[in-house]
Design a protein around this ligand. Sequence first.
Ligand code: ADP
Ligand code: MG
Length: 335
Amino acid sequence: MTDPHIRLLPPEVARQIAAGEVVSRPLDVLRELLENALDAGSTRLEIEVERGGLGLVTVRDNGRGIPAAEVGLAPLRHATSKLGEGGLDHVSTLGFRGEALWAAAQAGELTLLTRPAGQLGAAHLRAQGDAVTVTRASAPAGTSAAVRGLFAGQPARRATQAPPASEVREMTALLGRYVLHHPQLYWRLTVDGEVRLSHAPGDHRGAVATIYGPVSANRVLPLAAAGISGVISRPELTRARRDRLHFAVNGRPVQAPAELEQAVLDAYAELLPAGTAPLAVLNLSVPPAAHNPNVHPSKQVVALADLPGLAAQVREAVAAALAGVPHVRALPDLR
Ligand code: ADP
Ligand code: MG
């Protein structure tokens, strides 16, 4: 170090660092746009990805749209319609920080084409860096949000991106988790012009069929308990890995704490051969004040109050769903 004096970062550098924590790769753009579409009450979500998401990530929804008078605020930092009087302890939406669209516009070119059902014309917004333009347009009710040319102006960030095929794999897996936890919605994913995934509204079993195929779907049991809903696999459908244990908290797919995964395994007890795991899709409904999604920028790690109590509830719910299933000898991975 030749210059030991403490100075503030130039604003544009500080901005790029902060935005980079929210959007550091195409997967982040997809997650944020999906959250926005779900928060808008959408029932149809159509996703398009080009060149591993570096070329384009679009999410088109049929949700409530953004009023023309407000759309110009959407890409401003900390601008949100979601944080009410109750503050951070009462968040019931997936988003709440008002940073995603801002970060997307710092990282690439953001466009929104949006219209609330009750408004005659649509608004078309284009934002890049701090330059925002809004024009009139026509469009169906809902919002189409697109990010193009991600990191085109940041060679260092661009150079450290995963190869497109591997990013697409992760984006497809992320979308799969959303489909599993929100099976009542219509979903479609197009990658470089080719439909990769499409799901017609149905129940959890239908979502398992979409993501893992009919063999798995025919071997799941519905699970419904106070605060927990989803499906689990019959004991004969086992995996050598825990890669099909999917948890969501209030509809947000999360990385489950090990205690919750263990609770599922414990409920199967001797029904599962040692070292194997079932398939489980479990959505936990917890009061907003009992969990904190604000521990990591991706919000995929959540802090849950009373984890032991929650684990006990999960274990009981899984055990109850399994009760009455005749004991069948486990077969190896059936997929
Ligand atoms: P946050 O989701 O944390 O509020 P965002 O930057 O993701 O922040 O979005 C800013 C605001 O733009 C949201 O609060 C919402 O009012 C609006 N918005 C963004 N995407 C959509 C959408 N798909 N449908 C309706 N409104 C949207
Ligand atoms: Mg958001």
